[in-house]
Design a protein around this ligand. Structure first.
Ligand code: PMP
Length: 470
Protein backbone atom coordinates (compact mmCIF):
# COMPACT_ATOMS: atom_id res chain seq x y z
CA UNK A 1 0.00 0.00 0.00
CA UNK A 2 1.42 3.34 -0.99
CA UNK A 3 0.72 6.47 0.90
CA UNK A 4 0.93 9.75 -0.92
CA UNK A 5 1.26 11.88 2.20
CA UNK A 6 4.20 14.21 2.44
CA UNK A 7 6.55 13.61 5.33
CA UNK A 8 7.30 16.36 7.84
CA UNK A 9 10.65 17.13 6.25
CA UNK A 10 8.97 17.40 2.86
CA UNK A 11 10.77 14.34 1.54
CA UNK A 12 7.65 13.34 -0.32
CA UNK A 13 5.71 10.17 -0.99
CA UNK A 14 6.43 7.39 1.47
CA UNK A 15 5.52 3.73 1.60
CA UNK A 16 4.09 1.49 4.26
CA UNK A 17 6.26 -1.03 6.14
CA UNK A 18 7.14 -4.30 4.50
CA UNK A 19 7.69 -2.90 1.04
CA UNK A 20 11.38 -3.87 1.20
CA UNK A 21 14.48 -2.00 0.18
CA UNK A 22 13.48 -1.68 -3.44
CA UNK A 23 9.95 -0.65 -2.54
CA UNK A 24 11.00 2.58 -0.86
CA UNK A 25 10.80 3.64 2.75
CA UNK A 26 8.28 2.64 5.39
CA UNK A 27 5.99 5.41 6.62
CA UNK A 28 8.12 7.97 8.43
CA UNK A 29 11.55 9.09 7.31
CA UNK A 30 15.12 7.77 7.53
CA UNK A 31 15.75 10.51 10.10
CA UNK A 32 13.34 8.83 12.48
CA UNK A 33 14.88 6.02 14.54
CA UNK A 34 11.37 4.70 15.28
CA UNK A 35 10.72 4.21 11.60
CA UNK A 36 10.08 0.47 11.91
CA UNK A 37 8.31 0.70 15.25
CA UNK A 38 5.08 2.54 14.51
CA UNK A 39 1.73 0.88 15.07
CA UNK A 40 -0.68 0.57 12.20
CA UNK A 41 -2.87 3.25 13.79
CA UNK A 42 -0.05 5.80 13.58
CA UNK A 43 -0.22 5.58 9.80
CA UNK A 44 -3.06 8.10 9.64
CA UNK A 45 -1.18 10.51 11.91
CA UNK A 46 0.62 12.43 9.22
CA UNK A 47 1.62 16.04 9.24
CA UNK A 48 0.35 17.82 6.19
CA UNK A 49 1.88 20.53 4.07
CA UNK A 50 -0.99 22.70 5.33
CA UNK A 51 0.47 22.50 8.83
CA UNK A 52 3.77 23.86 7.53
CA UNK A 53 1.92 26.72 5.88
CA UNK A 54 0.18 27.55 9.13
CA UNK A 55 3.55 28.16 10.74
CA UNK A 56 3.90 31.02 8.27
CA UNK A 57 0.25 31.99 8.71
CA UNK A 58 0.78 32.64 12.41
CA UNK A 59 3.00 35.64 11.62
CA UNK A 60 1.37 38.90 12.72
CA UNK A 61 1.17 40.33 9.19
CA UNK A 62 -1.08 37.45 8.12
CA UNK A 63 -4.80 37.81 8.90
CA UNK A 64 -5.73 34.36 10.10
CA UNK A 65 -9.29 33.37 9.34
CA UNK A 66 -8.10 29.79 9.89
CA UNK A 67 -8.00 28.94 13.58
CA UNK A 68 -10.97 28.55 15.90
CA UNK A 69 -9.40 30.31 18.88
CA UNK A 70 -11.90 31.90 21.25
CA UNK A 71 -11.22 35.57 22.04
CA UNK A 72 -10.12 35.00 25.64
CA UNK A 73 -8.90 38.57 26.08
CA UNK A 74 -12.57 39.48 26.59
CA UNK A 75 -12.58 37.51 29.86
CA UNK A 76 -12.31 39.27 33.26
CA UNK A 77 -8.64 38.26 33.48
CA UNK A 78 -7.95 40.01 36.79
CA UNK A 79 -10.79 38.18 38.46
CA UNK A 80 -9.57 34.87 37.02
CA UNK A 81 -6.06 35.63 38.29
CA UNK A 82 -7.45 36.32 41.78
CA UNK A 83 -9.33 33.03 41.69
CA UNK A 84 -6.18 31.09 40.86
CA UNK A 85 -4.18 32.84 43.55
CA UNK A 86 -6.85 32.11 46.13
CA UNK A 87 -7.27 28.48 45.05
CA UNK A 88 -3.59 27.79 45.51
CA UNK A 89 -3.30 29.76 48.76
CA UNK A 90 -6.42 28.37 50.40
CA UNK A 91 -6.94 24.98 48.76
CA UNK A 92 -3.52 24.18 47.36
CA UNK A 93 -3.39 20.70 48.88
CA UNK A 94 -6.50 19.79 46.88
CA UNK A 95 -5.92 21.91 43.79
CA UNK A 96 -2.44 20.52 43.21
CA UNK A 97 -3.33 16.90 43.97
CA UNK A 98 -4.63 13.97 41.86
CA UNK A 99 -8.40 13.67 41.84
CA UNK A 100 -11.27 11.44 40.80
CA UNK A 101 -11.33 9.93 37.30
CA UNK A 102 -14.95 11.01 36.96
CA UNK A 103 -14.16 14.59 37.90
CA UNK A 104 -15.01 16.67 40.97
CA UNK A 105 -18.48 16.24 42.33
CA UNK A 106 -18.98 19.96 42.94
CA UNK A 107 -18.32 20.70 39.27
CA UNK A 108 -20.52 17.85 38.06
CA UNK A 109 -23.31 19.25 40.25
CA UNK A 110 -22.87 22.70 38.75
CA UNK A 111 -22.89 21.25 35.23
CA UNK A 112 -26.23 19.51 35.77
CA UNK A 113 -27.72 22.42 37.74
CA UNK A 114 -26.55 25.41 35.69
CA UNK A 115 -25.48 24.27 32.22
CA UNK A 116 -27.49 21.26 31.12
CA UNK A 117 -31.00 22.71 31.80
CA UNK A 118 -30.12 25.49 29.34
CA UNK A 119 -30.15 22.89 26.54
CA UNK A 120 -33.20 21.12 27.99
CA UNK A 121 -31.32 18.27 29.67
CA UNK A 122 -32.11 17.15 33.21
CA UNK A 123 -29.43 14.82 34.43
CA UNK A 124 -27.86 13.60 37.67
CA UNK A 125 -24.28 14.51 38.64
CA UNK A 126 -23.52 10.78 38.46
CA UNK A 127 -24.34 10.86 34.74
CA UNK A 128 -21.47 13.29 34.12
CA UNK A 129 -17.82 12.54 33.41
CA UNK A 130 -15.54 15.57 33.42
CA UNK A 131 -13.01 15.43 30.58
CA UNK A 132 -9.87 17.24 29.44
CA UNK A 133 -11.85 19.35 26.97
CA UNK A 134 -14.52 17.78 24.79
CA UNK A 135 -11.63 16.53 22.65
CA UNK A 136 -10.86 13.96 25.34
CA UNK A 137 -14.58 13.22 25.48
CA UNK A 138 -14.44 12.33 21.79
CA UNK A 139 -11.36 10.23 22.43
CA UNK A 140 -12.77 8.12 25.26
CA UNK A 141 -16.19 7.73 23.62
CA UNK A 142 -14.53 6.40 20.47
CA UNK A 143 -12.12 4.29 22.51
CA UNK A 144 -14.90 2.44 24.33
CA UNK A 145 -17.22 2.09 21.32
CA UNK A 146 -15.08 1.47 18.24
CA UNK A 147 -12.93 -1.40 17.05
CA UNK A 148 -10.74 -0.98 13.96
CA UNK A 149 -12.89 -1.07 10.83
CA UNK A 150 -16.08 0.01 12.61
CA UNK A 151 -18.22 2.59 10.88
CA UNK A 152 -18.98 6.06 12.24
CA UNK A 153 -21.50 8.16 10.35
CA UNK A 154 -20.70 11.87 10.39
CA UNK A 155 -21.77 15.07 8.69
CA UNK A 156 -20.12 16.17 5.46
CA UNK A 157 -18.09 18.20 6.32
CA UNK A 158 -17.15 17.33 9.94
CA UNK A 159 -15.01 18.75 12.75
CA UNK A 160 -11.41 17.92 11.86
CA UNK A 161 -10.43 17.04 15.45
CA UNK A 162 -13.15 14.40 15.61
CA UNK A 163 -11.99 12.94 12.30
CA UNK A 164 -8.46 12.68 13.74
CA UNK A 165 -9.77 10.75 16.74
CA UNK A 166 -11.82 8.42 14.53
CA UNK A 167 -8.77 7.80 12.32
CA UNK A 168 -6.59 7.10 15.37
CA UNK A 169 -8.99 4.32 16.37
CA UNK A 170 -9.02 3.09 12.77
CA UNK A 171 -12.75 3.64 12.40
CA UNK A 172 -14.18 4.21 8.94
CA UNK A 173 -16.14 7.44 8.49
CA UNK A 174 -19.17 7.55 6.21
CA UNK A 175 -20.20 11.13 5.49
CA UNK A 176 -23.81 12.25 5.12
CA UNK A 177 -24.62 15.55 3.37
CA UNK A 178 -26.04 18.61 5.06
CA UNK A 179 -28.23 21.39 3.79
CA UNK A 180 -28.85 24.87 5.19
CA UNK A 181 -30.66 23.24 8.15
CA UNK A 182 -27.80 20.87 9.00
CA UNK A 183 -27.71 17.09 8.63
CA UNK A 184 -30.14 15.82 5.98
CA UNK A 185 -32.31 13.13 7.65
CA UNK A 186 -33.40 11.58 4.33
CA UNK A 187 -29.79 11.17 3.30
CA UNK A 188 -29.08 9.81 6.78
CA UNK A 189 -31.83 7.19 6.45
CA UNK A 190 -30.60 6.28 2.97
CA UNK A 191 -27.04 5.86 4.31
CA UNK A 192 -28.27 3.65 7.15
CA UNK A 193 -30.30 1.59 4.62
CA UNK A 194 -27.34 1.13 2.32
CA UNK A 195 -25.08 0.14 5.20
CA UNK A 196 -27.70 -2.31 6.48
CA UNK A 197 -28.02 -3.82 3.00
CA UNK A 198 -24.25 -4.35 3.08
CA UNK A 199 -24.56 -5.98 6.51
CA UNK A 200 -22.96 -3.03 8.30
CA UNK A 201 -24.29 -1.18 11.30
CA UNK A 202 -22.65 2.10 12.31
CA UNK A 203 -21.34 2.35 15.86
CA UNK A 204 -22.76 5.85 16.16
CA UNK A 205 -23.73 9.05 14.41
CA UNK A 206 -21.36 11.91 15.23
CA UNK A 207 -23.14 15.25 14.91
CA UNK A 208 -22.67 18.92 15.86
CA UNK A 209 -26.31 20.09 15.70
CA UNK A 210 -25.73 23.69 16.83
CA UNK A 211 -23.55 26.29 15.05
CA UNK A 212 -21.64 23.62 13.21
CA UNK A 213 -17.89 23.47 12.88
CA UNK A 214 -17.05 23.96 10.02
CA UNK A 215 -20.35 24.45 8.15
CA UNK A 216 -21.85 27.19 10.33
CA UNK A 217 -25.36 25.68 10.09
CA UNK A 218 -27.82 24.67 12.85
CA UNK A 219 -30.45 21.95 12.98
CA UNK A 220 -33.89 23.41 13.67
CA UNK A 221 -36.33 21.64 16.05
CA UNK A 222 -38.06 19.61 13.30
CA UNK A 223 -34.75 18.57 11.87
CA UNK A 224 -33.57 17.40 15.30
CA UNK A 225 -36.73 15.33 15.72
CA UNK A 226 -36.18 13.76 12.31
CA UNK A 227 -32.53 12.94 13.06
CA UNK A 228 -33.53 11.35 16.39
CA UNK A 229 -36.36 9.36 14.77
CA UNK A 230 -34.08 8.12 12.01
CA UNK A 231 -31.38 7.01 14.44
CA UNK A 232 -33.95 5.35 16.68
CA UNK A 233 -35.50 3.53 13.72
CA UNK A 234 -32.12 2.09 12.73
CA UNK A 235 -30.89 1.54 16.31
CA UNK A 236 -27.90 3.86 15.89
CA UNK A 237 -26.67 5.77 18.99
CA UNK A 238 -25.76 9.46 18.69
CA UNK A 239 -22.68 11.31 19.87
CA UNK A 240 -23.83 14.92 20.15
CA UNK A 241 -20.94 17.39 20.26
CA UNK A 242 -22.14 20.76 21.52
CA UNK A 243 -19.33 23.19 22.36
CA UNK A 244 -21.05 26.21 20.72
CA UNK A 245 -24.68 25.74 21.86
CA UNK A 246 -24.72 28.78 24.19
CA UNK A 247 -23.23 31.05 21.54
CA UNK A 248 -26.33 31.74 19.45
CA UNK A 249 -26.55 35.33 18.26
CA UNK A 250 -30.30 35.67 18.76
CA UNK A 251 -29.91 34.60 22.40
CA UNK A 252 -31.85 31.37 22.01
CA UNK A 253 -30.18 28.14 23.08
CA UNK A 254 -31.08 25.20 20.82
CA UNK A 255 -32.53 22.18 22.61
CA UNK A 256 -30.04 19.32 22.75
CA UNK A 257 -30.81 16.00 21.06
CA UNK A 258 -29.97 14.46 24.44
CA UNK A 259 -32.98 16.28 25.94
CA UNK A 260 -35.30 13.99 23.96
CA UNK A 261 -33.39 10.76 24.20
CA UNK A 262 -31.47 10.05 27.41
CA UNK A 263 -30.81 6.42 26.49
CA UNK A 264 -29.01 6.57 23.19
CA UNK A 265 -27.51 10.05 22.98
CA UNK A 266 -24.10 10.77 24.51
CA UNK A 267 -23.76 14.53 25.02
CA UNK A 268 -20.38 16.28 24.91
CA UNK A 269 -20.05 19.73 26.47
CA UNK A 270 -17.11 22.09 26.89
CA UNK A 271 -16.05 25.22 28.77
CA UNK A 272 -13.60 26.06 25.98
CA UNK A 273 -15.83 28.46 24.06
CA UNK A 274 -17.81 29.95 26.95
CA UNK A 275 -14.88 30.32 29.36
CA UNK A 276 -11.37 29.16 28.49
CA UNK A 277 -9.90 26.50 26.18
CA UNK A 278 -6.62 26.76 28.10
CA UNK A 279 -8.14 25.18 31.20
CA UNK A 280 -9.07 22.08 29.16
CA UNK A 281 -12.36 21.25 30.88
CA UNK A 282 -15.26 19.57 29.14
CA UNK A 283 -17.75 16.86 30.05
CA UNK A 284 -19.77 13.93 28.79
CA UNK A 285 -23.33 13.16 29.89
CA UNK A 286 -23.95 9.44 29.41
CA UNK A 287 -26.18 6.62 30.61
CA UNK A 288 -24.89 4.69 33.62
CA UNK A 289 -23.11 1.76 31.92
CA UNK A 290 -21.38 3.97 29.36
CA UNK A 291 -20.40 6.42 32.07
CA UNK A 292 -18.60 3.67 34.02
CA UNK A 293 -16.59 2.67 30.96
CA UNK A 294 -15.77 6.32 30.23
CA UNK A 295 -14.35 6.76 33.74
CA UNK A 296 -12.17 3.66 33.29
CA UNK A 297 -11.03 4.96 29.90
CA UNK A 298 -10.18 8.35 31.44
CA UNK A 299 -8.18 6.69 34.19
CA UNK A 300 -6.26 4.72 31.59
CA UNK A 301 -5.43 7.81 29.55
CA UNK A 302 -5.01 10.75 31.95
CA UNK A 303 -5.84 9.30 35.42
CA UNK A 304 -8.07 12.29 36.13
CA UNK A 305 -8.92 15.70 34.70
CA UNK A 306 -6.81 18.46 36.30
CA UNK A 307 -8.03 19.47 39.76
CA UNK A 308 -6.78 23.05 39.48
CA UNK A 309 -8.70 23.63 36.25
CA UNK A 310 -11.86 22.07 37.64
CA UNK A 311 -11.69 24.19 40.78
CA UNK A 312 -11.12 27.30 38.67
CA UNK A 313 -14.14 26.53 36.47
CA UNK A 314 -16.21 25.73 39.53
CA UNK A 315 -15.23 29.01 41.24
CA UNK A 316 -15.88 30.93 38.01
CA UNK A 317 -19.40 29.49 37.77
CA UNK A 318 -20.09 30.13 41.47
CA UNK A 319 -18.57 33.59 41.85
CA UNK A 320 -18.41 35.36 38.51
CA UNK A 321 -21.32 36.65 36.38
CA UNK A 322 -20.52 33.90 33.86
CA UNK A 323 -23.86 34.17 32.05
CA UNK A 324 -23.25 37.88 31.44
CA UNK A 325 -19.86 36.89 30.07
CA UNK A 326 -21.55 34.44 27.68
CA UNK A 327 -23.64 37.40 26.47
CA UNK A 328 -20.46 39.46 26.02
CA UNK A 329 -19.00 36.66 23.88
CA UNK A 330 -22.20 36.32 21.84
CA UNK A 331 -22.23 40.03 21.10
CA UNK A 332 -18.53 40.07 20.23
CA UNK A 333 -18.84 37.12 17.86
CA UNK A 334 -22.05 38.47 16.33
CA UNK A 335 -20.27 41.70 15.47
CA UNK A 336 -17.41 39.72 13.92
CA UNK A 337 -19.82 37.49 12.00
CA UNK A 338 -21.47 40.64 10.63
CA UNK A 339 -18.08 42.06 9.64
CA UNK A 340 -17.18 38.83 7.83
CA UNK A 341 -20.48 38.39 6.03
CA UNK A 342 -20.77 41.99 4.86
CA UNK A 343 -17.15 41.95 3.63
CA UNK A 344 -17.72 38.68 1.81
CA UNK A 345 -20.87 40.11 0.25
CA UNK A 346 -19.03 43.18 -0.96
CA UNK A 347 -15.83 41.56 -2.19
CA UNK A 348 -16.24 37.92 -3.22
CA UNK A 349 -16.95 37.10 -6.89
CA UNK A 350 -20.58 36.46 -7.76
CA UNK A 351 -20.26 32.69 -8.14
CA UNK A 352 -18.99 32.25 -4.58
CA UNK A 353 -21.48 31.07 -1.93
CA UNK A 354 -21.27 30.96 1.86
CA UNK A 355 -23.25 30.12 4.96
CA UNK A 356 -24.44 32.86 7.33
CA UNK A 357 -24.11 31.33 10.81
CA UNK A 358 -26.61 32.22 13.53
CA UNK A 359 -24.02 31.43 16.22
CA UNK A 360 -20.59 29.93 16.76
CA UNK A 361 -17.33 30.73 14.97
CA UNK A 362 -17.45 29.65 11.32
CA UNK A 363 -18.73 30.27 7.82
CA UNK A 364 -18.34 27.68 5.07
CA UNK A 365 -17.47 29.10 1.69
CA UNK A 366 -17.83 27.39 -1.68
CA UNK A 367 -15.60 28.82 -4.38
CA UNK A 368 -16.53 29.30 -8.03
CA UNK A 369 -16.38 26.22 -10.26
CA UNK A 370 -12.85 25.14 -11.14
CA UNK A 371 -11.07 26.55 -8.08
CA UNK A 372 -9.23 24.39 -5.57
CA UNK A 373 -8.98 25.72 -2.01
CA UNK A 374 -5.89 23.62 -1.14
CA UNK A 375 -3.79 24.71 -4.10
CA UNK A 376 -4.95 28.31 -3.58
CA UNK A 377 -3.78 28.39 0.06
CA UNK A 378 -0.07 29.15 -0.56
CA UNK A 379 -1.12 32.10 -2.73
CA UNK A 380 -3.51 33.28 -0.03
CA UNK A 381 -0.78 33.09 2.62
CA UNK A 382 1.51 35.03 0.28
CA UNK A 383 -1.27 37.63 0.12
CA UNK A 384 -1.23 37.55 3.96
CA UNK A 385 -4.52 35.82 4.66
CA UNK A 386 -5.14 32.26 5.87
CA UNK A 387 -8.12 29.88 5.94
CA UNK A 388 -8.59 26.13 6.30
CA UNK A 389 -9.14 24.28 2.99
CA UNK A 390 -12.37 22.27 2.87
CA UNK A 391 -10.68 18.92 2.29
CA UNK A 392 -9.45 18.96 5.92
CA UNK A 393 -13.03 18.36 7.03
CA UNK A 394 -13.59 15.09 5.18
CA UNK A 395 -12.23 11.63 5.86
CA UNK A 396 -10.33 9.48 3.38
CA UNK A 397 -11.60 9.42 -0.18
CA UNK A 398 -14.30 11.97 0.58
CA UNK A 399 -11.62 14.67 0.87
CA UNK A 400 -12.14 15.59 -2.76
CA UNK A 401 -15.64 16.81 -1.82
CA UNK A 402 -13.98 19.68 0.02
CA UNK A 403 -11.88 20.81 -2.92
CA UNK A 404 -13.96 23.84 -3.77
CA UNK A 405 -14.73 24.78 -0.16
CA UNK A 406 -12.98 26.45 2.72
CA UNK A 407 -13.70 27.43 6.31
CA UNK A 408 -13.47 31.02 7.50
CA UNK A 409 -13.35 31.72 11.26
CA UNK A 410 -14.29 35.12 12.55
CA UNK A 411 -13.82 34.46 16.28
CA UNK A 412 -10.34 35.86 16.84
CA UNK A 413 -9.43 38.85 14.60
CA UNK A 414 -11.20 42.15 15.25
CA UNK A 415 -13.73 43.40 12.68
CA UNK A 416 -11.22 45.62 10.83
CA UNK A 417 -8.76 42.75 10.47
CA UNK A 418 -11.59 40.47 9.31
CA UNK A 419 -12.57 43.00 6.61
CA UNK A 420 -8.95 43.33 5.53
CA UNK A 421 -8.52 39.54 5.45
CA UNK A 422 -11.62 39.09 3.32
CA UNK A 423 -10.48 41.85 0.94
CA UNK A 424 -7.13 40.09 0.50
CA UNK A 425 -8.77 36.71 0.02
CA UNK A 426 -11.18 38.15 -2.56
CA UNK A 427 -8.16 39.37 -4.54
CA UNK A 428 -6.66 35.88 -4.46
CA UNK A 429 -9.93 34.27 -5.59
CA UNK A 430 -10.24 36.81 -8.43
CA UNK A 431 -6.75 36.07 -9.72
CA UNK A 432 -7.32 32.31 -9.44
CA UNK A 433 -10.50 32.76 -11.45
CA UNK A 434 -8.60 34.69 -14.11
CA UNK A 435 -6.13 31.81 -14.37
CA UNK A 436 -8.96 29.30 -14.73
CA UNK A 437 -10.68 31.44 -17.36
CA UNK A 438 -7.41 31.79 -19.28
CA UNK A 439 -5.98 28.29 -18.99
CA UNK A 440 -8.98 26.17 -18.00
CA UNK A 441 -9.50 24.30 -14.78
CA UNK A 442 -7.32 21.34 -13.88
CA UNK A 443 -9.99 20.37 -11.36
CA UNK A 444 -12.80 20.33 -13.88
CA UNK A 445 -10.74 18.36 -16.40
CA UNK A 446 -9.14 15.81 -14.13
CA UNK A 447 -11.88 15.34 -11.58
CA UNK A 448 -15.27 15.36 -13.26
CA UNK A 449 -16.65 13.55 -10.20
CA UNK A 450 -16.45 16.82 -8.32
CA UNK A 451 -19.51 18.45 -9.73
CA UNK A 452 -21.01 21.75 -8.75
CA UNK A 453 -23.88 19.71 -7.35
CA UNK A 454 -21.53 17.84 -4.97
CA UNK A 455 -20.25 21.09 -3.61
CA UNK A 456 -23.60 22.77 -3.50
CA UNK A 457 -25.05 19.92 -1.50
CA UNK A 458 -22.34 19.97 1.16
CA UNK A 459 -23.51 23.06 2.94
CA UNK A 460 -26.99 23.35 1.54
CA UNK A 461 -25.95 25.70 -1.17
CA UNK A 462 -27.96 25.34 -4.31
CA UNK A 463 -26.75 27.09 -7.43
CA UNK A 464 -29.21 29.81 -6.59
CA UNK A 465 -28.22 30.70 -3.04
CA UNK A 466 -30.60 29.16 -0.50
CA UNK A 467 -31.70 30.49 2.86
CA UNK A 468 -28.37 29.75 4.57
CA UNK A 469 -26.37 31.48 1.87
CA UNK A 470 -26.18 35.07 0.98
N1 PMP B 1 -15.83 19.69 19.07
C1 PMP B 1 -15.90 20.71 18.22
C2 PMP B 1 -17.02 20.74 17.22
C3 PMP B 1 -14.95 21.73 18.24
O1 PMP B 1 -15.05 22.75 17.39
C4 PMP B 1 -13.91 21.67 19.19
C5 PMP B 1 -12.82 22.73 19.28
N2 PMP B 1 -12.57 23.44 18.17
C6 PMP B 1 -13.88 20.58 20.07
C7 PMP B 1 -14.86 19.62 19.99
C8 PMP B 1 -12.80 20.43 21.11
O2 PMP B 1 -12.88 21.42 22.07
P1 PMP B 1 -12.26 21.35 23.51
O3 PMP B 1 -11.46 20.08 23.62
O4 PMP B 1 -11.42 22.55 23.66
O5 PMP B 1 -13.43 21.31 24.44
Amino acid sequence: MVSSEMTDDGSGPVRSPGTGASGGMPHGTRLDPFLEAYAERARSMTSSEIRALFAVASRPEVVSLAGGMPFVSALPLDAVADTFRRLIAERGAQALQYGSGQGMEVLREQIVAALMPLVGVHAHPDDVVVTVGSQQGLDIVTRILCDPGDIIVAEAPSYVGALSVFAAYQAEVVHVPMDGDGLDPDALAETFRQLAAAGRRPKFLYTVPSFHNPAGVTQGPDRRRAVLDTCQAFGVPIVEDDPYGLLGFDGEVPRALRADDAESVLYLGSFSKTFSPGLRVGWVVAPHGVREKLVLATEASVLCPPQLSQLAVSAYLAEQPWWDQVKVFRELYRERRDALISAVQSHFPAETTWTTPSGGFYSWVTLPEGLDSSSMLPRAVTARVAYVPGSAFYAGNAKRLGKRSLRLSYCFPDPDRIREGVRRLAGVIESELELVHTFGSPVAHTDPALSARDNARIAGQSQAPGPATE
